[in-house]
Design a protein around this ligand. Structure first.
Ligand code: WT7
Length: 651
């Protein structure tokens, strides 16, 4: 983010205090901060007691072997029981858990009692396939109820799931299956995307080819399209039909692994972020209830994320279901079959809380106020934002046009690694500032440090850190303790380094400024520059590649790639368009369509320091059409002129 944007941000004077009426009935009260301040661990004990435990814990936090935390030591619980059965036992079996809206307009409703039967059948079916506690199960599904059922069935039998976003390619899926050593893969024939069935099963077939450790592939029939079949494939509906709809959930240790979720880091290899049970569920449920002002008996909550991302894990599956919420899930894209689809869904189900990403909000803004104006959005009470910094204009638009100038907007900062929200206003308590995530949630410790590790004063910027262990923190990187310590705990002693830049304003409120490492944020999705560079270099025509994230009005950042072609690629300018297309498609094939570069620029040289490090800062200047910055540390200071000349003449 440029300094100019930054100072504009910090001069944001608009304030939106909660209405008296909202504050009077709010779930979250201001005294949460004082309680947590007075006794942080006691505060988390109290939040954990909102769950049902088979065995109570004897110690809240064991931090004797940092950075490896244990929360609620000695406690046992079953996560799926907490998300499903206990609501049925409490007499809420008839409450709708899921209103499913398929992209083609088909719908399905599951009550908590129905969800209990489905999850029990799936748990029995997985057990029948030989899945035992501790075995990993990979899930590669569209946004259909079976995705939630699968995750809960895994949780129920203590088999950690590894959900892989359906937009990832077969090779990305394969490397995740291999890294987690998954025994079973759950997938579907396909899903609906932009008005047409999009196949999933062929990618799985390719991904598991030759992987003998994968014993079975469970296939949900969603689109009815033809699928190739092998001995290890099993139809989901046949496996579930054969299974009993009663399943006795066994409790597991609070630290039993619940899931692995892969995310991009600064190196080429995605990290398997490991989350466990008791602390994770405690914080997911607590934040979901307080930040969304949840009243499960009458609210209809909707998070538009995909379960392939952590937002889907914590705020579609675990948080809302642990709280007994009624929610909407939607399979498709916001513009299918028309640009009012989201608002049509809000109106149809009377959605009360909406949780979406700035990139979507900016797209809706671009489409114009007239579209949401055609629908009745008066049911909305709280609007949430997540995934990247939200610019004040988008924030104000969201509140005014979608929230009828009435609803609180909560900008929630967190990460795959944090498992649940960490920084956010509380609706009914915090006077909101558009563009700022503002304050640490009660029970969470944060700070902003300078290069030397000193807290910066108000009015200054630096690196965001988390100063205290928190219940839903990652417990490590799957199979790589060293990388866990090195990535998060070595930059500042005793503190978790988030990888984000942040600034404290004059009131001490936090403004997130984007990543400070080689991680890009495209439409709220985390992508690694190195990972895309490796994908490009794996193409036979490419000798070298450098990737940068350039500011983009809609997607936040966009992937821009600079490539040097091999001498023997036989390239001449007349083929530029074809080669560029080939390289963009290659990245989509290697990683997935979300990683496809917006631009590929063929260059003769890349700007490097004398020690050979690529100076991405200069490439970002080119990609953003700016005056190129200081080139004095380049090994060859004429390189940038060459690049700029080459691009302007199309070379
Ligand atoms: C990165 C984490 C949190 C779930 C979705 C993304 C950025 C996330 C915000 C926000 C500014 C944000 C950060 C963070 N980010 N939320 N409200 N304001 N930036 O999870 O893929 O693990 O990405 O997303 O840069 O480090 P993720």
């Amino acid at each position: 983010m440029s300094n100019e944007t930054l100072s504009n941000l910090l001069h944001e004077e608009r304030r939106f205090p909660p209405s008296e009426e909202f504050a009077a009935h709010a779930v979250a009260k201001a005294d949460l901060y004082e309680q947590a301040q007075a006794d942080r661990l006691g505060f988390w004990d109290e939040q954990a007691r909102a769950l049902s435990w088979a065995q109570p814990w004897t110690q809240t936090l064991d931090w004797t072997n940092p950075p490896f935390a244990k929360w609620f030591v000695g406690g046992t619980l079953n996560v799926a029981y907490n998300c499903v059965d206990r609501h049925v036992e409490a007499g809420n079996g008839d409450r709708v858990a899921i209103h499913f809206e398929g992209e083609p307009g088909d719908t399905r409703t599951l009550t908590y009692a129905e969800l209990q039967r489905e999850v029990s059948k799936a748990a029995n079916a997985l057990t029948a396939l030989g899945v035992q506690a501790g075995d990993r199960v990979a899930i590669y599904l569209p946004m259909i109820p079976e995705a939630i059922v699968s995750m809960l069935a895994c949780a129920r039998i203590g088999a950690p799931h590894s959900v892989v976003f359906g937009g990832f390619s077969s090779s990305a899926l394969r490397s995740r299956i291999e890294d987690a050593d998954a025994r079973v893969v759950i997938t579907a024939d396909g899903g609906y995307r932009r008005g047409a069935p999009a196949a999933l099963k062929p990618a799985v077939d390719e991904a598991v080819d030759g992987l003998d450790a994968v014993r079975s592939v469970l296939v949900v029939r969603r689109t009815g399209q033809d699928v190739a079949w092998t001995d290890r494939d099993v139809w989901w509906h046949e496996a579930l039909e054969a299974a009993d709809d009663v399943h006795e959930a066994q409790p597991f240790d609070a630290e039993h692994p619940l899931f692995i979720l892969y995310t991009s880091g600064t190196t080429g290899k995605p990290k398997g972020i490991l989350h466990t049970s008791g602390g994770y569920l405690t914080q997911a449920a607590y934040t979901h209830r307080n930040v969304f002002d949840l009243r499960p008996e009458r609210d209809v909550y909707w998070c538009t994320a995909d379960i392939g991302w952590v937002t889907g894990h914590s705020y579609i599956v675990y948080g809302p279901l642990a709280n007994g919420a009624t929610q909407v899930i939607y399979e498709g894209t916001p513009d299918t079959p028309h640009r009012g689809r989201f608002w049509e869904i809000v109106q149809k189900y009377g959605v009360t809380q909406l949780y979406t990403a700035p990139t979507a909000i900016r797209t809706f803004m671009k489409w114009g106020d007239d579209i949401p104006a055609e629908f009745d959005l008066s049911s909305l009470r709280v609007l949430g934002s997540v995934g990247e910094p939200i610019n004040p204009e988008a924030w104000v638009w969201y509140r005014r046009v979608i929230g009828g100038d009435r609803t609180p907007v909560v900008d929630t900062w967190w990460q795959t690694e944090t498992g649940a929200m960490m920084i956010s206003p509380l609706p009914g308590v915090t006077a909101a500032k558009p563009g700022s995530a503002q304050v640490a949630l009660p029970g969470i410790g944060i700070d902003v440090l300078d290069d030397e590790g000193h807290p910066v004063p108000n009015g200054s910027g630096g690196y965001l850190v988390l100063t205290e262990p928190w219940p839903s923190m990652l417990r490590g990187i799957w199979g790589d303790d060293e990388r866990y310590k090195e990535t998060y705990w070595s930059r500042f002693k005793g503190m978790y380094f988030a990888g984000d830049g942040a600034k404290k304003d004059e009131d001490g409120d936090i403004w997130l400024l984007g990543r400070v490492d080689d991680v890009m944020n495209v439409s709220g999705h985390r992508l690694s520059t190195t990972e895309i560079e490796s994908a490009l270099v794996s193409h036979p025509k490419v000798a070298e590649a450098a990737v940068v994230g350039a500011t983009d009005e809609t997607t936040g950042q966009a992937v821009c790639a600079f490539v040097i072609l091999r001498g023997d690629a036989g390239y001449d300018e007349s083929q530029a368009d074809a080669v560029i297309k080939e390289l963009r498609d290659h990245v989509a094939h290697e990683i997935g369509p979300i990683a496809k570069p917006r631009q590929v620029m063929v260059v003769a040289e890349l700007p490097k320091t004398r020690s050979g490090k690529i100076m991405r800062r200069l490439l970002r200047d080119v990609a953003e059409n700016r005056q190129v910055g200081d080139v004095t540390t380049l090994a060859d200071s004429t390189v940038m002129d060459l690049i700029k000349q080459g691009l302007s003449t199309g070379k």
